[in-house]
Design a protein around this ligand. Sequence first.
Ligand code: ARG
Length: 269
Amino acid sequence: MRNHPQALRRITAIGTVALAALSLQVGGAAAQDPGPTPGPTPGPSVVGGVPAAQGEFPWMVRLSMGCGGALYTHQIVLTAAHCVSGSGANTSITATAGVVDLNSSQAIKVKSTRVLQAPGYNGSGKDWALIKLARPINLPTLKTADNPSYNNGTFTVAGWGATSEGGGQQRYLQKADVPFVDDATCQGAYGNLIPGEEICAGLLDTGGVDTCQGDSGGPMFRKDDSGNWIQVGITSWGQGCARPGYPGVYTEVSTFASDIASAAASLGG
Ligand code: ARG
């Protein structure tokens, strides 16, 4: 994992005391705001969740740098900008799909060919990126929200990240439900929230359910009016994991829907 000046910038804005408490690193890196940092500490998967059933979320992808993602098209994974180091040719990432058990012999493993990090990403907001795969994966894709109408209600999150703050990465995909937290409330917890670009979710009063280190880049989703899953968020950051008063912060997918669509088109779909 390389350093992220941008992540440090945001942490500076929050203050050094808060730095120690922030836990946003990609699995395997030390805890920071959206951006992995060097360090041996294993990333904290979903806290307070339960194992997902095989095939329940068929578009879920595990990325080899220790992040999650979702199939945006059969050959493009949508993940977090802080999970990648920039844009350009990149054959170093392996996407694992089609299984809840990462060790399954049924796992579909495909290498990356290119990465496209959100244009203008500087460590705050715009936490999305696309990974082009070497070949299409024949699994369902996850539709993304292109307007704010689904930015409310109860969301589902999933990932192979830590199941407790500071805990290890998981072999089996975990899932949990988290309620929407409105921007004003979330800004009460995080003065540095970017309300137009980020959407919060979690159990504000009690904590106990949240994404955690290694879940970054994975989708936050709900059912649309037709009963199909739709992605409204991308796991981005939070202070610790599942702490009372500190919801999880997710990239607001609807805000970036057209940017993501153009970026995907530029990758050849
Ligand atoms: N940034 C983390 C990662 O890279 C995700 C942290 C999510 N934290 C939270 N409290 N919801 O895996």
